[in-house]
Design a protein. Structure first.
Length: 255
């Protein structure tokens, strides 16, 4: 069978993650099962997964372990846990004011590895057969991104920008959840939004009419990544806008 990344005819893996399990870390119960939240049926039976979404016959072992695995290991060690002193990466939290929202700044991240890591997630969601990712249809962008990953080429700063926003709704919304990625078209611009464990990932795929959010915070060649932190009303409104409706948690007042 043909590997969808390198396009070589070879043996394909029977177990490949679409989204790396470390991105779900705090969503796992103590027994390491992932809590899967269906926002359309919050009263229904809870479902659990052992390690996220896994599929067969997508990529070969070389691509999964070396190319995709290398990107995942870098992101896991430098972004999804506290950076070590020896890594050179720094993480600083900045408070907001009446003009600026709070944000977390990472400095000295590897632009190539971090950007391609995020693009590899978007690309894997596109090639996935799982209905959970059915809204991710990259069209001709899929081949461009595939080559970028395979050739270790992150492109220009304004190619396929990725923005992260941390959502802290103080428990008033089911933000500690995994929600289906959605495709959004706005004034001729197309972007995707993923929600995983209080973080919204915004992927831009259009060259024109970009929304303002993609002009700030995206990882660039200066190796700086800013993650906006939304709290209180702003967080609730952003989460509601993403879902297209308001879903309140029983343990909190209705607001």
């Amino acid at each position: 069978m043909k590997c969808q990344l390198c396009l070589e005819e070879t043996t394909l893996l029977k177990r490949s993650h679409i989204v790396p399990k470390f991105m779900f870390k705090s969503l796992f119960k103590e027994d390491r099962k992932l809590v899967s939240v269906n926002v359309n049926n919050l009263q229904g039976e809870k479902k659990y997964m052992q390690s996220g979404h896994i599929e067969a016959d997508l990529v070969c072992a070389e691509c999964d372990n070396v190319i995709l695995g290398g990107l995942e290991r870098y992101a896991s060690n430098h972004l999804y846990r506290q950076p070590t002193v020896n890594s050179g990466v720094t993480r600083t939290e900045y408070g907001g004011n009446h003009e600026l929202i709070p944000y977390i700044r990472y400095e000295n991240l590897d632009y190539v590895k971090i950007k391609l890591f995020f693009l590899s997630i978007l690309w894997r969601c596109h090639i996935s057969k799982n209905l959970f990712f059915s809204d991710v249809d990259l069209g001709s962008h899929s081949e461009i991104i595939r080559k970028m990953i395979l050739e270790n080429n992150p492109g220009k700063d304004d190619d396929y920008e990725v923005i992260l926003i941390f959502i802290d709704t103080a428990g008033s919304r089911p933000s500690k959840s995994v929600i289906d990625p959605i495709k959004i078209k706005q004034n001729g611009n197309t972007f995707y939004v993923f929600h995983i464990n209080e973080i919204m990932y915004h992927f831009n795929v259009s060259k024109h009419n970009k929304i303002e959010i993609f002009n700030k915070g995206a990882i660039r060649r200066d190796n700086i990544l800013d993650i906006a932190v939304l709290n209180d009303k702003v967080a609730r409104e952003h989460f509601d806008m993403y879902l297209g409706r308001r879903i309140l948690m029983k343990s909190n007042v209705l607001y």
